[in-house]
Write a protein that binds this ligand. Structure first.
Ligand SMILES: C[S@@+](CC[C@H](N)C(=O)[O-])C[C@H]1O[C@@H](n2cnc3c(N)ncnc32)[C@H](O)[C@@H]1O
Length: 177
């Protein structure tokens, strides 16, 4: 998983310009691999790694411990949700998105980093395999872009861009409606 995270993080900052952000919160950021890749491109940005207290304890990054179903740090330019929503069914994924939306300013951006289920399985078999993994292991799921757009909409967010990376994940950019 650490190897996958590193590949995806590099691919995300290669295709999506994070250098314009002055503050970034990585929600469910784990060990901070993506946030370190953001730091390389935006060295002056104020960065916050947000995850469960026991996960961020001892991190070398500025970190806040908490529960993303309850509250995440407010007022950042950008919020990252990488490989988080696929852990959860629609009801819980919506709760996470609503918590993020409540923390966002009207001009904040949310970047959802996830594999996207293709309309035809043959176009991305790896995403379909991961969909089955998530179902069996966590009762989670991968989703199509249209399914993400619907979830985002229910949380008061509007999908504004879908940027594929070279590492099997997409960056789905959303703004408050
Ligand atoms: C699949 S990992 C993704 C980690 C990282 N974002 C990545 O892309 O590799 C999901 C993360 O969500 C965190 N998490 C799970 N439940 C949480 C909660 N209630 N509040 C905050 N973080 C939580 C986990 O600790 C884990 O780091």
């Amino acid at each position: 998983m650490a190897d996958r995270s590193a590949r995806e993080a590099g691919a995300v900052v290669d295709v999506y310009d994070v250098s314009r952000f002055a503050s970034v919160v990585d929600v469910g950021g784990g060990s901070g691999t993506l946030l370190r890749a953001v730091r390389d491109r935006a060295p002056h940005a104020e960065l916050t790694l947000f995850d469960l207290p026991e996960v961020v304890d001892g991190s070398d990054l500025p970190a806040v411990g908490g529960d993303f179903f309850t509250r995440v740090p407010g007022g950042a330019d950008a919020y990252l949700l990488s490989r988080v929503l696929h852990d959860w069914d629609d009801a819980d994924a919506l709760r996470v998105l609503r918590t993020c939306r409540a923390a966002m300013r009207p001009d904040s951006l949310l970047l959802v980093v996830e594999a996207v289920v293709p309309e035809r399985a043959v176009d991305d078999p790896a995403a379909v395999r991961m969909d089955l993994h998530m179902l069996v292991l966590l009762h989670g799921r991968e989703r199509t872009v249209a399914e993400y757009a619907t979830l985002l909409d229910a949380a008061g967010l509007h999908l504004t861009a879908d940027v594929p990376t070279g590492a099997g994940v997409h960056v789905l950019e959303a703004r408050p409606r």
